[in-house]
Design a binder for this molecule. Structure first.
Ligand SMILES: C[S@@+](CC[C@H](N)C(=O)[O-])C[C@H]1O[C@@H](n2cnc3c(N)ncnc32)[C@H](O)[C@@H]1O
Length: 287
């Protein structure tokens, strides 16, 4: 996803090398699985004929769907063949049936097969015209089919306000930095359209009915287990890199100390690390 158009921002170009983020995305998907399970529980007892996971990345949610709906055809769709290869490996490891399909958004969305459930998590905000993308996805639904979009919620909490050193409240300033970078990322997207991000209203504008939202918690109390902790470390490391221009020097120093594997107060070693996240999923149905 390299856009090379020129721009005049203070910050560096926001680029995502999705394939290089495979490990991070897979660990993240696993750390956040409880919200996916919560959302999928709503479809208990149903057998969607075909399910699309649009922007599946390494396929954690797609494999969960394949496990939960063994009679359904589950298709993981993504722009990155490398990530889809990871999804295939994961499916083989878990012994579930998964089909993959390379597609670029929004250009290839109209060519996707029709489906009874279209799931798309943390993807629409990477497309310039979000309402346009939702409308294309809505168009892939069979009559009665459901579109489920995971966007928004509450940012991760994983440390106390005062971590014992540095200026208290680091996570709140991280939120602000992430938001600034997010705005910058959206401004840079090709054909970026500003829209009020009222997701149920957008789903209605996309021609769907019964639009509503539900939030699901990921609540892993301290001490955080090894795998989600690995995600947290990798994710903080990435934030340290990409938010360097957006954070004050003292907060960068706090992050450096948190990321030091030899420091007993570092993220790898402290007993008070937890993971608390709320994810919001917006559901709507094709009449
Ligand atoms: C933030 S990841 C989300 C992965 C997964 N759905 C999850 O919730 O963990 C975004 C995914 O969307 C894919 N993606 C982003 N923009 C895309 C585009 N314009 N076309 C195709 N795929 C895209 C990326 O390759 C990546 O796998």
């Amino acid at each position: 996803m390299n856009h090379s158009h020129s721009h005049s921002h203070t910050h560096d170009h926001v680029d995502f090398d999705w394939a290089a983020m495979a490990d991070l995305l897979e660990l993240e998907g696993e750390a956040h699985l409880p919200y996916v399970r919560g959302a999928l529980a709503r479809f208990e007892g149903q057998t969607p004929g075909r399910i699309l996971d649009v922007g599946s990345g390494p396929g954690v949610a797609a494999c969960e769907m394949a496990q939960r709906f063994p009679a359904s055809e589950v298709v993981a769709v993504d722009g990155s063949p490398e990530l889809l290869a990871r999804a295939e490996k994961r499916a083989a490891r878990l012994g579930v049936q998964l089909t993959t399909r390379v597609a670029e958004f929004p250009a290839d969305l109209p060519d996707l097969p029709d489906a009874d459930l279209v799931w798309s998590a943390q993807v629409i905000h990477h497309v310039g015209d979000q309402l346009g993308a939702l409308t294309q996805l809505a168009g892939r639904l069979r009559p009665g089919g459901v579109l489920a979009i995971a966007e928004g919620g509450l940012a991760p909490r994983f440390l106390p306000r005062d971590v014992g050193f540095g200026r208290p409240g680091l996570l709140f300033r991280l939120d602000a930095a992430v938001t600034d970078r997010f705005n910058h990322m959206r401004d840079e997207l090709p054909e970026s359209v500003a829209v009020a991000e009222d997701w149920p209203a957008m789903l209605r504008d996309a021609g769907l009915a019964d639009a509503h939202s539900q939030s699901f918690l990921v609540d892993r109390p301290a001490p955080l287990g090894a795998e989600p902790r690995r995600w947290l470390r990798d994710s903080l490391e990435r934030q340290r890199q990409v938010l360097a221009d957006y954070l004050a020097a003292d907060d960068l120093a706090t992050l450096d100390r948190l990321l030091d594997p030899a420091d007993p107060a570092g993220i790898d070693n402290r007993a008070d690390v937890f993971l608390l996240v709320a994810k919001t999923v917006h559901f709507a149905r094709r009449p």
